[in-house]
Ligand binder design. Structure first.
Ligand code: DX5
Ligand code: ZN
Length: 221
């Protein structure tokens, strides 16, 4: 079964609690929360106070995608706010190994991610430290962009790595995911599909999510 992580970036922020209940009842596996600082990416979104307040309305695991410079400065605050997974960009600066180690010490699952233009091999030094790798298939910063094909070979590379070294490694993909691109990613080895605009724009989110869950090699399980 492929996991589905709706991105709240496409939600109506005036009723965030209701939107989270909506993704939960539609069968979401995780809630994908996009944190942007206006420096690492040219947009600003939410921080720990918002996560702390929405933590009260759901038991869904919070998959927090940190698009912020030098994320080590904030991992304690995000752990405290209720993140279950904290994913940092390999390009974001600071000491990446120390940051990942700190996340784990805080009792949170560490993840690493990379921009579409960054070669996947840049992740090699960190792969044995993380529970999650997130492949960005758009330039981070905004929802609603088109899927970039170059991510598929990164997913295949990570699938090979995971099969050989860590079969439980979650390989997630984020950016431009819809019915068609989601299927291609699952076939390339992704285990989690993060998506904003296509899920929130779908006629029936529950139907859409149950379709996506059937994608991938373990569909029959
Ligand atoms: C983009 C964010 C994504 C975004 C995806 O920077 O990391 O999670 O919400 O949006 P869609 O699914 O619309 O491409
Ligand atoms: Zn994201």
């Amino acid at each position: 079964m492929t996991k589905v992580a709706p991105s709240l970036l496409s939600a109506d922020f005036s009723m965030l609690g209701d939107e989270i209940r909506k993704i939960e009842s539609a069968g979401a596996d995780w809630a994908h929360l996009d944190v942007m600082d206006g420096r690492f990416v040219p947009n600003i979104t939410i921080g720990p106070p918002v996560i702390e307040s929405i933590r009260k309305v759901t038991k869904l695991p919070f998959d927090v995608h940190l698009m912020i410079e030098k994320p080590a400065r904030y991992v304690d605050a995000f752990a405290k706010s209720g993140a279950d997974m904290l994913t940092v960009h390999v390009e974001a600066g600071g000491n990446v190994k120390e940051t990942l180690k700190r996340i784990r010490d805080l009792g949170v699952k560490p993840g690493i991610t990379l921009n579409p233009g960054t070669p996947v091999k840049k992740l090699n030094p960190f792969l044995d430290m993380v529970d999650l790798v997130l492949v960005m298939t758009v330039q981070p910063g905004f929802g609603g962009q088109s899927f970039q094909e170059t991510g598929l070979s990164k997913m295949r590379y990570l699938r090979e790595y995971a099969d050989a070294h860590n079969p439980r490694l979650e390989i997630s993909v984020d950016g431009g995911i819809n019915r068609e691109t989601g299927k291609r990613c699952a076939d390339a080895g992704a285990t989690v599909l993060a998506a904003g605009s296509s899920l929130f724009g779908s006629k029936d989110m529950k139907e859409e999510i149950s379709l996506w869950k059937k994608y991938g090699p373990n569909a029959a399980e």
